[in-house]
Write a protein that binds this ligand. Structure first.
Ligand code: HMG
Ligand code: MG
Length: 313
């Protein structure tokens, strides 16, 4: 517990330290119109590795016909300079993706599926039941090869095709995924519809099943509720939060989904509350400026906008 949080009953549940899981190079760049050159991706990941971030999701080993933006996954994984103390991960949808990821030196992979059937089908072309079977071919072989496995459950709080999603659908999947042996499950608000009471409801249900530090929160900030949702999650015992530098991000199979919670905005809030992350905010902002130049558009991060405005004064 940090000194600041101890002094206020309102913040008494906050953890003293949070793991910020940076997903920008994957979740962010998978959604950009402009193809980012491989060398720029590698330079960005190398720069992110110097900021104090403990985890960086660097790419996806998926079908390049579906996600052409990440067709250079192997080159990126082989090209980066791995820094001690930083975990590098990638998405893999199936055994083929796992094999390619392992060949390219990956030591952490993430499988992904949705709590709603329609999004699952559109995103990975399988039913939920078929997906769980396919994961059996990924999780154990990955572990045997010395890699740890994370899982994502998408559309936890709402689906772009089905609307409301029953929280019990997430509970059932989390139970099955934990049984498969993943070390952590990230709960995706794919289209950014979650509000704090919904987050509390889902986390209280999952708390009956597992320790909340086996879970991570993954918010897209489409409706501006991401930080409020994170705060509720931290008060309930969450210690890992996904975010993307600059607020990059989206899901190509979720129309209207916008950027992830911006890493700068998250770090700013955590720093201000005395919650440690180990991330140097100035160094991170330099990375966001770098990525803004590469993709050629203004990034949505509020902290970044304020910082850039202050620099212009
Ligand atoms: P499919 O077409 O059903 O696959 O795709 P298939 O098994 O029938 O194979 C068809 C072709 O794909 C074959 O090639 C395979 O070799 C190839 P062909 O014979 O036609 O030349 N293939 C692959 N190629 C490269 N790497 C692979 C691979 N597997 C098969 N791993 C598949 C099924 C899952 C592969 C496809 O649907 C796919 O790649 N989907 C990608 C979906 C995706 O990446 N979505 C975005 C990430 S999820 C997300 O953003 C949400 C998240 O951020 C959390 C949140 O916000 O909620 C995680
Ligand atoms: Mg996402």
């Amino acid at each position: 517990m940090s000194a600041q949080s101890q002094s206020s009953p309102l913040f008494s549940g906050l953890p003293s330290r949070v793991t910020v899981y940076e997903v920008g190079p994957r979740d962010g760049l998978q959604n950009e119109q402009r193809m980012v050159p491989t060398a720029d991706k590698i330079a960005l990941i190398n720069a992110l590795s110097q900021t104090g971030l403990p985890q960086i999701e660097i790419t996806s080993f998926v079908n390049p016909k579906w996600i052409p933006q990440l067709a250079d996954a192997s080159e990126v994984a082989r090209g980066i300079t791995r820094r001690a103390g930083v975990g590098y991960s990638c998405l893999v949808p199936n055994r083929r993706g796992l094999d390619s990821a392992l060949d390219a030196g990956m030591k952490e992979v993430a499988v992904f599926m949705s709590a709603s059937e329609t999004h699952n089908k559109k995103n990975i072309n399988k039913t939920i039941a078929e997906t769980l079977v396919a994961f059996e071919e990924v999780v154990v072989p990955a572990q045997q090869a010395g890699a740890r496995v994370r899982a994502y459950v998408s559309t936890v709080y709402g689906c772009p095709y089905e609307g409301k999603v029953d929280p019990e659908a997430t509970v059932r999947l989390v139970e099955k995924l934990l049984r498969l042996g993943v070390y952590q499950i990230s709960l995706g608000d794919t289209i950014g519809v979650a509000t704090p009471r919904q987050v509390e409801d889902v986390l209280r249900r999952l708390g009956a099943l597992c320790s909340l530090d086996q879970l991570a929160l993954h918010f897209h900030d489409t409706r501006g509720t991401a930080l409020a949702n994170v705060l509720v999650g931290l008060q309930l015992g969450i210690t890992t939060v996904d975010s993307a530098l600059g607020g990059l991000g989206g899901c190509p199979y979720a129309p209207g989904a916008s950027g992830n919670l911006a890493t700068e905005d998250l770090i700013y809030m955590l720093d201000g509350m005395g919650v440690q992350t180990g991330v140097n905010l100035d160094a991170l902002v330099d990375c966001s400026r770098q990525v803004g130049t590469i993709i050629g558009r203004e990034l949505p991060s509020k902290y970044l906008k304020a910082h850039l405005a202050a620099c212009r004064r």
